[in-house]
Design a protein around this ligand. Structure first.
Ligand SMILES: [Zn+2]
Length: 123
């Protein structure tokens, strides 16, 4: 299976996992040590390796990661799925945004996976 076909398959599997359910999310500093969380470490490594081909962008300001540094990773994991997660990334500049602005951008992004979703622990 080609990388693109594999990615599509992975995306379908992920969407299937979150359908009608919820996700557990973590916003993690890009400098954090993820060695105790091999799944997250693997996902970050794959994300970094794919920057030249996929040209991912910051979910806060849409800057391309070919030009800016990651500041924080937003992981979304379907509960009960041990080896599947998505990662979206915030650039170093956007990490200085007020928490409400980061949350607003994260909600907008995650609603691509769960339409009308919201954070349950929202204050
Ligand atoms: Zn940004």
């Amino acid at each position: 299976m080609s990388n693109r076909a594999q990615r599509r398959s992975d995306t379908r599997a992920f969407r299937h996992q979150v359908q009608h359910g919820h996700m557990v999310t973590h916003l993690v500093d890009a400098k954090a040590d993820l060695s105790a969380h091999p799944i997250l470490e693997r996902i970050v490594a794959a994300w970094r390796a794919a920057i030249p081909q996929r040209r991912p962008f910051c979910f806060g300001c849409r800057a391309n990661f070919a030009d800016v540094q990651p500041g924080a990773y937003l992981f979304a994991l379907p509960p009960g799925a041990a080896d599947i997660a998505s990662v979206s990334v915030l650039c170093v500049e956007c990490c200085d945004l007020p928490p409400e602005a980061i949350e607003r951008e994260a909600v907008s992004l995650l609603r691509q996976l769960i339409p009308n979703g919201r954070f349950l622990d929202r204050r």
